[in-house]
Structures are given as structure tokens and as C-alpha cells.
Design a protein around this ligand. Structure first.
Ligand SMILES: [Zn+2]
Ligand SMILES: [Zn+2]
Length: 153
């Protein structure tokens, strides 16, 4: 597993430096993981049935390998997110930005009544989308600011 682990570490560095979209990252990550496992297979009789794995299973696999990952704990997650129920802004807010009407992770516009969560950097996502993301990363997908709850507050 050492090879896969170093790949993931390298990947984390790339992600934090490069301006990639969430989709690009997922593709990159999946490809690298597959590559890591392919080479791993040559040195081991443990075979992983990656071809038959669902996307979710692949993600879960990545999480397991990346046990060194910087993911937030459930407790930190609850602290770092300000939850609210989405309500369309009735008035024409001057500073209304695209981030406030659609989720940058799934690219869907928020529907009235959906549960949304705001990080410390003020970026907003679906609670379920940002939860998924923060299980693997500890930074905002848009601005890469740390999502960890500050020790002061
Ligand atoms: Zn979303
Ligand atoms: Zn942000």
C-alpha cells in the first residue's frame, strides 16, 4: 500500500496548488488510484476488482488508503459548518454572487427548503455535498481556505 499512499500524498499537494475543478480532481484521483493499484497488483497476489467497483466504492477505497488524509472529524465538521435552510432571496441583493445560488460541488442550483451549509470562508454548499468533500479534505473546494474550526472560537 506504500505506493498508493505516496500517490495520494503527492495528489494532495497537486490539489492544493493547482486550480482544478472538482470534476478534474475526481478524474485525476480515480486515474491515479487505479494506476497505483495496477502496479500494486504486479507485486502481490491480492487482486482488487476495481473494474466492478462503483464510483462510491472507489471513493471509499481512496478514503481507506488515504488514512493519512486531512479529513475533518464529524465533530469538526459540525463545528465548521453554519447550517441553514435555503431560501431564495426575494429582494435584488446587490452583492448576490453565483456561489449563493448554486452549489459548486454538484453544480446544482439550490432549491427552496434544501439544507445548505456555509464554511468560515463564507462559501456555501449543500450540506450533503460539503460533507462528502470534507470526509476527504479539510479545505474549501472553491478558495482552498482551511475548513477546520478555529481554536479560538
Ligand atoms: Zn451540491
Ligand atoms: Zn471558500
Amino acid at each position: 500500500m506504500a505506493a498508493a499512499k505516496s500517490v495520494l500524498l503527492a495528489l494532495d499537494r497537486i490539489e492544493q496548488e493547482a486550480e482544478l475543478t472538482y470534476e478534474q480532481l475526481l478524474v485525476l484521483e480515480t486515474n491515479l488510484l487505479l494506476g497505483a493499484f495496477a502496479s500494486h497488483d504486479q507485486h502481490s497476489d491480492m487482486r482488487m476488482d476495481i473494474d466492478n467497483m462503483s464510483y462510491e466504492e472507489l471513493l471509499a477505497l481512496g478514503e481507506r488508503i488515504g488514512s493519512v488524509s486531512t479529513a475533518l472529524s464529524e465533530e469538526q465538521f459540525e463545528k465548521c459548518l453554519r447550517r441553514s435552510i435555503y431560501r431564495p432571496v426575494a429582494t435584488e441583493a446587490k452583492e448576490r454572487v453565483i456561489d449563493d445560488i448554486k452549489c459548486s460541488i454538484c453544480q446544482e442550483e439550490y432549491m427552496e427548503g434544501e439544507e445548505v451549509g456555509r464554511l468560515r470562508c463564507e462559501h456555501q454548499y449543500h450540506v450533503s455535498c460539503i460533507h462528502q468533500w470534507l470526509r476527504q479534505k479539510n479545505w474549501c473546494p472553491i478558495c482552498k481556505a482551511s475548513a477546520e474550526p478555529s481554536i479560538m472560537s
